[in-house]
Write a protein that binds this ligand. Structure first.
Ligand SMILES: [Zn+2]
Ligand SMILES: [Zn+2]
Length: 320
C-alpha cells in the first residue's frame, strides 16, 4: 500500500479511532484529580485535537474564519463553562419539585435496577438523548422564536471545531443541556450515565471538523462533517422544508424520519455552500448574538454611555 493510499484511507478512520480514544479516556479519568483542576478538560482537548486535524487534512473549500475568532472563543467559553451550570440551577429545582409532587420522591424510578441491565440503560440513554436532540433541533428550525436564537449558529460560512459552540446560550441549552437535566430525574444508574454521556459529548465537535475527513458508510449512522455541512447549507434542497440532517450525533434518525440528505457525484459527496439560508452575513459581535434575539441589545449603547466606553471602530451595524 503506497503512502498516498494510506493517507487517503486515514481520512475515513481518523474520527472513529479518536472517538474510541476520547470516550475511553473520559470514562477512565472519571473522578481523577484533573476533573477537579480543569473541568471540561476533555472538551478542550477534543477541540484542540480537531483543530490539528483541520490542519492535517486541509479542506480545499474551506473559508477563513479569522474575523470571528474572538466571538467563537467567547461563545465556546460561555457554553462550555457557564450554560450547563446555569441551566441546571434554573431547571433542576422545578423538575425536582414536580417529581416530588407527582411521584413522592426525587427520581421517577425508585431504583435504577427497575430500568434493566446496564447495557440496556446505556442504549436507552444514547437513543433517548439523540432522539430528543433530533426533534428539538428540528423545532429550532421551525419555530419562529427558536429559529431567531438558532439562526446565529447558521450564519457561519464554514464549519470549524471552534464554531461548534457558537450559539446563543438559550439555543445551546435547549438542544444540548436540557435533556441531561431531564435524564437526571429518571433515575438511570450512574454507571450507565458514565458510559453513555461521554459518547454523546464527543461527537458534536467532530461533526464540526473543518478538515477533509470522510465518513464513508458511517455517514448513515453518525453525523460526520460531510453530513453536518449539508445541514448548514445556504440553499436548502427543494422539498426538504427548513433544513436537512438535523441529527446532532446519530444520522440514522434523519434516515428514519426522511430528512437525510447527502448528494453524491462520481462516488464523492457533493460540496455544500455553507451559510445562512436567508442570506444574512455572519455576526462577529458576540453581544449581538447573545442579546438581539431576546430584544435586549438596546442596553448595550446605554451601558456604553454609562461607562463611557467608545464605539468599536467599525461603527454602527444595521439593526435587525
Ligand atoms: Zn440547525
Ligand atoms: Zn452546526
Amino acid at each position: 500500500m503506497s503512502a498516498k493510499s494510506v493517507a487517503y484511507a486515514s481520512r475515513f478512520v481518523i474520527l472513529p479511532a479518536l472517538f474510541v480514544v476520547f470516550v475511553a479516556a473520559k470514562i477512565l479519568m472519571k473522578g481523577h484529580a484533573v476533573d477537579r483542576w480543569l473541568p471540561h478538560w476533555d472538551t478542550l482537548m477534543i477541540i484542540g485535537t480537531v483543530m490539528i486535524l483541520e490542519r492535517l487534512y486541509a479542506y480545499k473549500y474551506s473559508v477563513s474564519q479569522k474575523g470571528f475568532l474572538a466571538r467563537d472563543i467567547t461563545s465556546t467559553f460561555v457554553n462550555v463553562f457557564v450554560t450547563g451550570v446555569v441551566t441546571g440551577f434554573v431547571v433542576l429545582p422545578i423538575l425536582v419539585f414536580f417529581t416530588q409532587h407527582y411521584f413522592g420522591r426525587r427520581f421517577v424510578f425508585v431504583s435504577s435496577e427497575q430500568l434493566g441491565p446496564l447495557w440496556v440503560q446505556v442504549a436507552a440513554i444514547l437513543l433517548l438523548v439523540s432522539l430528543f436532540r433530533y426533534w428539538m433541533h428540528r423545532l429550532q428550525h421551525r419555530n419562529e422564536f427558536l429559529w431567531k436564537l438558532h439562526s446565529y449558529h447558521h450564519r457561519v460560512t464554514d464549519l470549524r471545531a471552534l464554531n461548534d459552540f457558537t450559539s446563543n446560550p438559550i439555543d445551546f441549552a435547549l438542544r444540548n443541556v436540557l435533556v441531561y437535566v431531564l435524564l437526571g430525574i429518571v433515575g438511570f444508574s450512574p454507571l450507565a450515565m458514565l458510559f453513555a454521556v461521554p459518547a454523546l459529548g464527543v461527537w458534536g465537535i467532530f461533526s464540526h471538523c473543518g478538515g477533509d475527513v470522510r465518513g464513508g458508510w458511517l455517514n448513515y449512522l453518525f453525523v460526520t462533517p460531510e453530513v453536518h455541512r449539508w445541514h448548514h447549507t445556504a440553499a436548502v434542497p427543494e422539498g426538504y422544508g427548513y433544513s436537512v440532517n438535523y441529527g446532532v450525533e446519530f444520522s440514522f434518525w434523519d434516515v428514519i424520519f426522511g430528512t437525510y440528505y447527502l448528494p453524491q457525484k462520481d462516488g464523492q459527496t457533493m460540496q455544500a455552500r455553507i451559510g445562512h439560508p436567508g442570506g444574512l452575513p455572519d455576526e462577529s459581535n458576540y453581544l449581538r448574538l447573545l442579546l438581539v434575539p431576546l430584544g435586549l441589545y438596546g442596553i448595550v449603547p446605554w451601558l456604553r454611555r454609562l461607562l463611557r466606553i467608545p464605539r468599536s471602530p467599525e461603527g454602527p451595524q444595521a439593526a435587525e
